[in-house]
Design a protein around this ligand. Sequence first.
Ligand SMILES: Cc1cc2nc3c(=O)[nH]c(=O)nc-3n(C[C@H](O)[C@H](O)[C@H](O)COP(=O)(O)OP(=O)(O)OC[C@H]3O[C@@H](n4cnc5c(N)ncnc54)[C@H](O)[C@@H]3O)c2cc1C
Length: 501
Amino acid sequence: MNSDSNERAADVIVVGAGNAAACAALSAREHGASVLMLEAAPRELRGGNSTFTGGMLRFAYNGPDDLRQVVPEMVEMDLSNVEFDTYTEGQFFDDMGRLTQYRCHPDLTEVMIKRSFDTARWMCQQGVRLQLTLGSHAFNVGGKFKFWGGLPCQIWGGGPGLVEALHKRLEQQGIPVLYETPAIDLLHDDRGVTGVRARRDGRTVELHARAVVLACGGFESNAEMRARYLGPNWDLAHVRGTAFNTGRGIQMALDIGAMPMGHWSGCHATEWDMNAPPFGDLSVGDSFQKHNYTFGIYLNARGERFLDEGADFHTYTYAKYGREVLNQPGQFAWQVFDQKVTHLLREDYRIRRMTKVQADTFEELVTKLEGVDAGRALATINAYNAAPRPDVPFDPNVRDGLATRGLPIEKSNWATRLDKPPYHAYGVSCGITFTFGGLKVDTEAAVQDTAGKRIPGLFGAGELVGGLYYHNYASGSGLMSGAVFGRIGGRSAALHAASLR
Ligand SMILES: Cc1cc2nc3c(=O)[nH]c(=O)nc-3n(C[C@H](O)[C@H](O)[C@H](O)COP(=O)(O)OP(=O)(O)OC[C@H]3O[C@@H](n4cnc5c(N)ncnc54)[C@H](O)[C@@H]3O)c2cc1C
């Protein structure tokens, strides 16, 4: 490693070692650049939030023929009882528009969507393996699986599998990663960005390069920035993933005049076990999440429901409902289910480390819901059960229209009565996933300054890109946006470096 000298460490320095960074590094290498990666975490904690994911990957596809290109095992599978449907670019656009209240940046969104399938294929070429999400994103109803929510694929081995595959490829490509080496500043002069200042072995070092790709996450792990930008009580949220995404990458770019973009007071936050540790724990991964509220009801400390649990498939609501839980008294809530839906609950509801109570009657159950007004809770459950519903069958594979009528807050789908004991309930609070505010990049992943011009030599990818998400999020698109813009940013950085040779 070159330090404290003007000798170049590499053509391209990539800051971070998660999905976006690895894709950027591999793409820069593919386009002829020498690459050095800097990772703030030690090797055993490498890969940031990407390691914590369940590996859901959203991309546009036009039917099973497309899926076979990324899941070759499908050829040998008996899929006669599976209905695949499509998830076209148009459907992906509709989801992004609807979920972000039509604020998502049109050009960046278009790039993410139009490049999504090709990028999924490219990830497979890098050694990432995909599998079908039968059972979790397609339920067996009447002997038939039907995919819903645009997510038929997930990465083998989840986040750890993804990061292992990408890092194996980085090693094959001879791309070094300097662990425990956080970048702290950008080196910058009239030519643009010329490298980074980093901390290594207790010293500050300067690492020179022709281009830098920032792919080092948002500010979700920084309680001070959360409170400053997201608002009161966000400093109290659990962090679902890495402790290393402290917003430094965003800050160092702002310090040299980068333009902020996106929903700076917004974030992705979900329902997360109320007794989970303050940061993610890789031995549990994402299993502290509790996303099957669509099949039950929520109760807060006042014993009241406070949102429409059946507004949509959880993949379209879970990322905004963490905020709803944070806004409840005491920042917690309980999810209540009966036995009829137990088989639909994900593995996350069967782990050892979770906050669960169970009882044969609601009278008993409500006394076990710690912190909850038991009398009001019982009245709420009874009112929910008594509410009239249309005579339609419960079907978890579609928005079934089984809705309550006449409650202060209706449940719009899957409002089956809670009537089969024993009843079970799960205590959750808010877990932040990542922040939505970030840097303005163009469609080549070049970081823009406040005058709308490119900062020469600076590129950005992943969570720290602003402008894609506002208010809400479509599950599986975080990894995809990181891969798409990482791949583009790596290429752009390599081309920029080549232009300076
Ligand atoms: C529990 C959980 C489950 C999720 N599940 C999914 C899912 O199934 N599908 C999906 O699409 N998305 C999922 N997400 C979101 C997804 O993780 C992110 O959108 C995506 O991983 C972000 O990738 P990234 O490369 O930008 O950031 P990260 O993967 O977080 O990588 C950032 C890297 O930068 C490093 N770093 C930070 N600061 C510095 C610095 N100053 N210098 C050097 N290195 C630094 C970090 O250590 C880390 O390695 C999930 C997130 C969590 C937390």
